[in-house]
Design a protein around this ligand. Structure first.
Ligand code: GLY
Length: 400
């Protein structure tokens, strides 16, 4: 009798343990399956891209960006999104390790290289670091190293010591004198890396100045971020706090919050300055505790969009946030929370937001929103969503 009771006790303990384990793992994305889907899709996107390129009269079109009325939209290397498709190819090489993906990644990265001398934009990091920077991390090609360094030199030309920031845009000069967008935090990775590669601390100093000035001026007391801050180029005074892609000047545009979270986490990686860690944690807190964050953790395009829950989602914001949270979980005392949220986000992207085989011309995810106010790229696949989704999947492997 006593033996039966003890056996029953062990059995129920075993059930509780199995239950606990299943509930932990149930939240994890199936990385293998997700990469299988990504591979099938990307093979199709490669084919579609080659077809579209040969049909186009503009021979400078190099990378797929999105779908427009169901048609593939290619961009030139100048476009801020040009580096994401090569980045996707590098991530497939990183996961599968086969030479076919490596050769495709090299081929498409080469199309972006000439941007290394383009000082007309702040998007150098997105273009060069996501393509050639990712390639350098994986294959340590000496030429890629030179490209990264030259790109960092070019980007540094946009830094103004009087404002302490790198100027983002040159357009809309009737509206803004020296606009800086929160997205610009992402370009600092290129600068930090260039200092590591050269020992020249000037890049690092510019990155610190930009991160600190942005921390001072871009955030509200609840740690949500404005999109555009306009500076007086002579005095550094803040002239305007605006939005461009968000719902309103005072709203929290979702991808902007994602760039902030990812950006300050990355700053902590390079500097180990606890101020950046705490900034990233505070931004994470804003995002994860927001009452308008849906149950599946894939944000609407703006946290304050007026018709929530009948507003489009932005899968790209979720992908950037998930990737940022995986990194942040490695630095923070809130490790478990961030891991569990990143897992849920990624799992939901991998199940409910992925394109079905052969759909979306080969883009991996659907349901991103580029710029709702200008009715551009609403609820569509976009290359940067795919890039950060694969990066998040790869990062999730290190976080068991
Ligand atoms: N960097 C532009 C965007 O996030 O849409």
């Amino acid at each position: 009798m006593a033996r039966i009771i003890i056996t029953k006790k062990y059995l129920s303990l075993a059930f509780v343990l199995v239950g606990l384990l299943t509930s932990c793992f149930a939240q994890k994305p199936d990385v293998k399956k997700a990469f299988q889907q990504a591979e099938i899709q990307t093979l199709q996107l490669l084919k579609e891209t080659e077809l579209a390129k040969s049909a186009a009269s503009n021979k400078d079109l190099v990378s797929p960006r999105t779908l427009e009325s169901g048609n593939l939209k290619l961009v030139t290397s100048k476009d801020w999104t040009s580096g994401f498709f090569p980045g996707v190819l590098w991530f497939l090489y990183e996961y599968y390790g086969n030479t076919d993906w490596r050769e495709q990644a090299k081929k498409y990265s080469a199309f972006i290289e000439k941007e290394k001398t383009n000082a007309g934009t702040h998007d150098m990091g997105f273009k060069i670091y996501c393509s050639i920077g990712t390639g350098y991390r994986l294959i340590k090609d000496a030429h890629y190293k030179d490209v990264i360094i030259e790109s960092a030199r070019t980007l540094s030309k946009r830094f103004n010591p009087k404002t302490g920031v790198i100027r983002s845009w040159d357009h809309n000069q009737d509206k803004w004198k020296n606009p800086v967008i929160i997205d610009n935090m992402m370009n600092l990775e290129l600068l930090f890396e260039a200092t590591k590669l050269t020992g020249d601390s000037s890049f690092y100093k510019i990155a610190l100045s930009h991160a600190n000035t942005t921390m001072k001026n871009h955030f509200r007391s609840d740690y949500s971020s404005y999109h555009v801050i306009d500076y007086d180029p002579e005095t550094g005074a803040v002239l305007k706090k605006n939005t461009h892609q968000g719902y309103s000047h005072e709203s929290a545009w979702s991808r902007g919050q994602a760039w902030a979270l990812y950006g300050y986490t990355m700053c902590y990686r390079f500097t180990k300055d606890p101020v950046y860690l705490s900034q990233a944690e505070n931004v994470a807190g804003f995002i994860l505790n927001h009452p308008n964050l849906p149950k599946d953790l894939v944000p609407y395009w703006d946290f304050n969009a007026p018709d929530i829950p009948n507003e489009p989602r932005d899968a790209s914001a979720a992908a950037v946030i998930a990737s940022g949270l995986y990194e942040l979980s490695g630095y923070s005392k809130n490790r478990k929370l961030y891991l569990s949220k990143a897992n849920t986000m990624l799992k939901n992207l991998a199940t409910a937001y992925v394109s079905k085989d052969g759909v979306n011309k080969g883009f991996i995810l659907g349901h991103s929103t580029g710029s709702k106010p200008s009715n551009s790229e609403v609820d569509v696949p976009i290359s940067y969503a795919d890039y950060y989704y694969l990066e998040a999947l790869l990062r999730s492997r290190a976080n068991k």
